[in-house]
Design a protein around this ligand. Sequence first.
Ligand code: PDD
Length: 286
Amino acid sequence: MSRIAYVNGRYVPHAHAAVHIEDRGYQFADGVYEVTTIHGGRFIDADGHLDRLERSLAALRMAPPMSRRALKAVMRQMMRRNRIVNGLVYLQVTRGVARRDHPFPEVSTSSLVLTARHTPPFDAAAAGGVDVITLPDTRWKHCDIKSVALLANVLGKQEARDAGAYEAWLVDDAGYVTEGTSSNAWIVTGAGELLTRHADSAILNGITRQALLGLAADEGIEFAERAFTVAEAHAAREAFLTSSTSFVKPVARIDGHALGNGQRGPLTSRIAAYYAEHLDAPGSAA
Ligand code: PDD
C-alpha cells in the first residue's frame, strides 16, 4: 500500500508530496512541528501536542492553519489512509511561501504538511538499555518552542551515532544536562531520587515527560524537577529518556559510565510499566 501525505489541503502520494522552494520552512526554518504517537489505532495525548502546537505558533506570531477540530480530523484521516495501528503522525506548520526576505511577509498563507508512518509498539519489558553521550548544548535559547530549527540537534544526534550511542544529552554552560537532542533526560540518583530538569526555556517540555510526571505523582513515586550535573548523571543508579517516538527508553551507559547492571533498573521498569498502561488507558487518547 502506498504512503499518503497531506500537503496544504490535499492527500497526495508520499513520493510526490512537495512544497515550494521558497517556503519559509525551507529557507529559514520558520516553522513549528509536532510528533504524536499512535498506539493501538488511537492518538496518545493529542490535546497536549495540540496545546503545545498552539503555544509554539503563538511564539512565532503565526495563526493556527485550521481549527483544532479540523486538525484532528486531518490527523485521523492520515492514520486511516496510511492504515497505522502503531506509529506516529508528523505535523509541520510553516509561515508559507514568500519572496525570500528575513522579516515576516505582510501577507502569507501558512503551509501545513502531515506525514505518517508505522513504528514498533512500546515494549515496557524490553531487555537492555541504550548508550548516551554528553555534548555542550549549543542550541538557541528558546528550546521550549518546538521549532523546526533543529540543526544543532541534528549535529548532536549524528555525533552520538558516530560515537555508537543512541542519544546525546546536551549540557549547558554551567555543566547541567538540559535534555537529549530529541528526547527528555531522566536519572535516578545514587540516593534513589528521580530527577528530570525543570521545564524552562532550556528544554522542550515533552508531552511524554508531562505524562510520566503525572503518573509518578499518581503512583506516589517521589520526584524532583531540577537540573542535574554530568557528574550526577555519570553516578546515577538508573537513567532513561522519553519522547513520543522513544517512549521510555532505559539508558545503559552515559559517556561510557555503566549505570546499574546495564539493564532496566527497578524504578525505570515501574515507570515503563505505568507508561504502557497509560498508552492503553481510555483517557489518554483523543
Ligand atoms: N522530539 N526534547 C526534544 C528536543 C525533542 O525533540 C523531543 C521530541 C522531546 C520529547 O517531547 P515529546 O515527549 O513531546 O515527544 C524533548 C520528537 C519526537 C521528534 O523530533 O521527532
